[in-house]
Design a protein around this ligand. Structure first.
Ligand SMILES: [Zn+2]
Length: 369
């Protein structure tokens, strides 16, 4: 049965529109991957009358494997089979991805073996439990006769849904995503041709990531960890360097009041490749002082853009930073509060912007309200 991956991707786009809220909720969790399959549509087209038997039965096998690995009976709150694939909601405080991977391998071994699925019927839950002591069942929902689905020698669960006759019908089982939501885990999975195509897609993504970070499949995780540590270390160094450069600025005293006292201390300058957030932090600290004015431009070599910060003490009323910035016209884009604005500009305007703002401040006659 050949399934169209293009069609699956198209369905994914449609699903994203319809289920945006669901997606946002899921994004909070640990993302392994978001590979989407549409068994509903493809199966209906290519095998009229088919349903989710294989996917549902694979879920039984998977939970059975997890139970064995964890040494406990699991509570599966619900299982969804829909246009975007399949999801099992497992009530569990902790689920290690390595355990999930081992369970995945187990399920695929059982599929290769072609384990038979056997249906049993019991008069009561007690009878069922006598035969299957580790029976998985939502006991509060079951009264009277109990239908038990057994994957021969592997798992037994009370279930009223339709199942495959043999695990071989699942063809291949792949977990595509694990996320934690409150007290439960959501595990997305695929079976059959969709699972095979998703596995190929995953391997392509991994190889692309390896190429981007200059690693091979064996070293990818270590390389990513190293790159992250290096990035954090370099950022710390840049912040320290930025702080050093800014602290070295000598304030320029401008203007005078009636008694001849200076009106403003202006901290200004044009810099290259400093850390913008450290500049904003420095500015926030400086303008705590009455009369302090900060006019800084920071050129970013990688983008060719310049960021501008222009601020004064909140109580100085002599000029409005936002109005003065607007007065620069299309040379700079930005805005903010009367005493603190930020903006961006093309690099060739950096010095000019600092000079014009500085000039406007020096012409201010008062800083009194
Ligand atoms: Zn079932």
């Amino acid at each position: 049965m050949q399934k169209s991956w293009k069609r699956i991707k198209q369905n994914e786009k449609e699903r994203r529109g319809e289920e945006g809220k669901e997606e946002k909720r899921r994004e909070k969790g640990v993302l392994i991957n978001q590979l989407i399959c549409d068994p509903a549509t493809t199966v209906m087209q290519e095998a009229q009358g088919s349903d989710h038997r294989a996917e549902h039965t694979a879920e039984h096998a998977f939970i059975g494997s997890l139970q064995k690995l964890l040494g406990q009976t699991l509570q599966v709150r619900k299982v969804e089979h829909n246009r975007s694939g399949n999801t099992a909601f497992i009530v569990l405080p902790q689920l290690d991805p390595d355990i999930v991977a081992r369970a995945e391998s187990d399920v695929n071994s059982l599929i290769s073996e072609g384990r038979a699925i056997v249906e049993h019927s019991f008069q009561s839950m007690a009878d069922a439990k006598q035969k299957f002591p580790n029976l998985r069942a939502n006991e509060e929902r079951i009264t009277g006769q109990v239908r038990v689905i057994e994957i021969k020698g592997h798992d037994a669960a009370a279930c009223a849904m339709q199942h495959a006759n043999n695990l071989a019908e699942c063809v291949f089982f792949l977990v595509t995503r694990i996320s934690k939501s409150g007290s439960e885990y959501e595990v997305d999975f695929l079976t059959g041709d969709c699972a095979k195509q998703a596995a190929i897609d995953l391997s392509v993504k991994l190889l692309n990531v390896c190429r981007e970070i200059g690693a091979n499949v064996n070293t990818a995780e270590n390389t990513a960890r190293k790159l992250k540590a290096e990035n954090e270390s370099n950022f710390r160094k840049l912040k320290a360097l930025t702080r050093e450069r800014l602290e070295a600025i000598k304030a320029e005293t401008v203007g005078a009041d009636q008694n001849g006292n200076p009106l403003f201390q202006v901290y200004k300058g044009v810099f290259t490749n400093l850390a913008d957030d450290t500049i904003r932090e420095f500015t926030g600290e400086k303008i705590q002082n009455a009369g302090a004015v900060v006019i800084l431009a920071n050129l970013d070599d990688s983008t060719g853009r310049t960021s501008i910060v222009f601020a004064r003490n909140e109580k100085s009323r002599g000029f409005d930073c936002a109005s003065l910035l607007r007065g620069l016209g299309p040379m700079v884009k930005g805005g903010g509060k009367p005493n603190f604005v930020t903006g961006t500009a093309e690099r060739q305007y950096a010095q000019q912007i600092v000079d014009v703002l500085s000039d406007a401040v020096s012409k201010t006659k008062t800083r009194l309200p």
